[in-house]
Design a protein around this ligand. Structure first.
Ligand code: PLP
Length: 308
């Protein structure tokens, strides 16, 4: 196993005056402190997958990601810690001949072998070359031919085992009840799926989509992960699609200003693409009266800010 720096992760109150006036409490579940190189939800989701890889006798992990993928860096470090090889297939063949950015350099420094794919090759390899992003005919076969036997982790690392790993987050929140909403950002949906599955009855989960155009698709993904991991669906969660702020990776000036105010007030550095978007969304929804008075929100701090 990849040793955590801190487990269970701390829970801290950060209700401000505006939230208090609306009758809302806000707590942070500091999963960003789990591990310095495999932070937050990446550690939660990789744990059971790494255990399965070792148990099944795999010696190599293969996965996918964009030029700044936290998932790629996390897999590189986690694989190395367990003595496994790792291969990262990176979206964008134009990156191959350029100097590595800090993120790809970190993945390589941890021992990951990188290969750069064109957009089309990437869609095929990730199994989304079919119509509407459905699996294409020959994704996995192509990978096995090129890279030999390896455990293939999906983009973002979200599979059934990842959801089971993320279900440990609510299990560490021992006081949850009917007034509780546990909240997380949504990229591929694995973290939300796990949180919802791990809640006690009465409590609910809220995901905030950080990408544009995910309505329907992301709900289908979470339901698919629930069926794969638990053999059933859950009715205790929903996804907000109104706070992606322009789309994945977009950080508008209002969001940057919100993050700076929050950091100043609460002394917690915020990762911008996911965590700041989640917290800004929660403040916005609370101000709009979306939560009944007496609601207690627990926001999962799923990751760390980029190094500067
Ligand atoms: C990868 C990542 C997410 C996305 O989680 P999913 O399980 O893919 O929805 C959320 N927050 C942070 C900080 C991340 O790095």
């Amino acid at each position: 196993m990849l040793e955590p720096a801190l487990l269970p992760t701390p829970l801290v109150d950060c209700t401000d005056e505006a939230l208090a006036r609306a009758g809302i409490e806000l707590r942070l579940k500091r999963d960003d402190l789990l591990h310095p190189a495999v932070p937050g939800n990446k550690w939660r989701k990789l744990g059971p997958n790494l255990a399965a890889a070792v148990e099944q006798g795999h010696t190599r992990l293969l996965t996918f990601g964009g030029a700044y993928s936290t998932h790629l860096r996390a897999v590189a470090v986690a694989a190395a810690a367990l003595g496994l090889e790792s291969v990262g297939l990176v979206r964008g063949d134009e990156l191959a001949g350029r100097p590595r950015n800090w993120s790809l350099r970190a993945a390589e420094a941890a021992g990951m072998e990188l290969a750069f794919l064109s957009r089309t090759e990437y869609r095929e390899a990730t199994g989304r070359s079919g119509a509407e992003g459905t699996p294409g005919p020959d994704g996995p076969a192509v990978l096995q031919r090129r890279w030999g036997p390896c455990l293939v982790l999906p983009e973002g690392g979200s599979n059934a085992l990842a959801a089971i790993g993320a279900a440990a987050i609510p299990a560490e929140l021992t006081d949850l009840g009917a007034r509780d909403v546990v909240c997380c950002p949504v990229g591929t949906g694995g973290t939300l799926a796990g949180i919802a599955a791990g809640l006690p009855s009465g409590a609910r989960a809220l995901g905030v989509a950080v990408l544009r155009g995910g309505a329907g698709y992301l709900e289908d993904e979470v339901a698919r992960l629930h069926r794969a991991a638990y053999g059933r669906e859950f009715g205790n969660w929903r996804i907000d699609h109104a706070h992606h702020g322009g789309g994945y990776g977009k950080v508008r000036p209002e969001l940057a200003a919100f993050a700076e105010r929050f950091e100043h007030r609460h002394g917690v550095a915020l990762e911008r693409r996911y965590v700041a978007k989640l917290l800004a969304a929660l403040h916005d929804l609370a101000a709009a009266g979306e939560f009944p008075r007496g609601t207690r929100l627990t926001a999962v701090v799923t990751g760390l800010p980029d190094p500067v």
